[in-house]
Design a protein. Structure first.
Ligand SMILES: Nc1ncnc2c1ncn2[C@@H]1O[C@H](COP(=O)(O)OP(=O)(O)OP(=O)(O)O)[C@@H](O)[C@H]1O
Ligand SMILES: [Mg+2]
Length: 277
């Protein structure tokens, strides 16, 4: 059981000072997490950053999924190299106004697995926070690997000022169990739950317009009510959301007026309202 994680705050060392200085220039940091894999965290995290930018804010995405980074693909920056500033800090790759940092940008070969244990992952996340020249930002959206492992723990340990978490879940009962567990994880490590998002909630047939609840629907809301945390919204299954991720053009950016983009922008609005009230 991991408790009192924040008692182990960043210390006085050079690396910790760098992190504090860089992170002081970023107004809000949000952790996107889920209990289960493949529920749409990375897709949501990317779209959330673009939704903030669509509303005139500045945003960055930090992909702390060291073993399975997907922000390179989703934001279309795969194969692009980050550049080094004269002071040896690293410039994030910028696309559509969003600054993106992912392990994928550091790998020579995207087929090569990263085989690292906890301490090395912590070190990489430290460098993502301290050595990257993020500049001034309103939002840093942090995309995590599934579950409650080293990566989100390290991020929270290094960023005691983390504003909160957004928990992604799917509508079926099996996912609810995971959503509840993830709410407890966030609360246990002292990160406020900003809310639950139900992803892949119903499918609207593009031909006849009829809605089919492939994975049921309403489970995310039920979990939020049970756990007494906000429910932020339901995003339907939409082939174009998947395709835009494959093409490297986040949905909100590509189809700003689509119904699902409106839902994602509404979710961004709720998060902003909560954190800036
Ligand atoms: N609302 C949606 N409609 C259609 N496809 C979606 C939707 N959300 C996510 N997807 C697709 O589902 C797959 C999994 O999504 P994604 O990679 O974002 O999940 P993840 O939770 O980050 O996975 P992991 O746990 O492996 O990090 C992707 O192919 C993505 O394009
Ligand atoms: Mg992911």
């Amino acid at each position: 059981m991991v408790q009192n994680i924040k008692t182990n705050l960043p210390g006085q060392g050079d690396e910790d000072r760098k992190i504090r200085e860089r992170m002081a220039k970023i107004k809000h940091k949000i952790l996107v997490i889920s209990g289960k894999g493949g529920v749409g965290k990375s897709t949501f995290a990317a779209n959330l950053a673009y939704a903030f930018v669509a509303d005139g804010d500045s945003a960055g995405i930090l992909d702390i999924d060291i073993h399975g980074p997907s922000q390179g693909r989703i934001t279309g920056i795969e194969g692009l190299q980050m550049t080094i500033n004269p002071d040896n800090s690293i410039k994030p790759i910028e696309k559509g106004g969003v600054r993106i940092v992912t392990m994928a940008s550091l790998l020579q070969d995207s087929d090569q697995p990263v085989i690292w244990r906890g301490p090395l992952k912590m070190k990489a996340i430290k460098q993502f926070l301290g050595d990257i020249d993020w500049g001034e930002l309103d939002w840093l959206v942090i995309d995590s690997p599934p579950g409650t492992g080293d990566e989100p723990l390290s991020a929270v340990q290094l960023l005691p000022e983390m504003d909160g978490s957004v928990i992604i879940t799917q509508p079926q009962d099996l996912s609810l169990l995971d959503a509840r567990k993830t709410v407890k994880f966030s609360q246990t490590i002292g990160v406020k739950v900003l809310g639950i998002v139900e992803n892949m909630s119903g499918f609207i047939c593009p031909h006849c317009g009829k809605r089919t609840d492939i994975f049921k629907s309403g489970g995310g809301k039920k979990a939020a009510e049970e756990m007494k945390v906000p429910f932020l919204g339901s995003i339907p299954i939409e082939p174009a959301i998947m395709e835009s991720g494959e093409m490297g053009k986040p949905f909100v950016w590509m189809f700003p007026d689509a119904e699902s983009s409106k839902i994602m922008k509404e979710i961004a609005g709720k998060i902003r309202a909560e954190l800036e009230k």
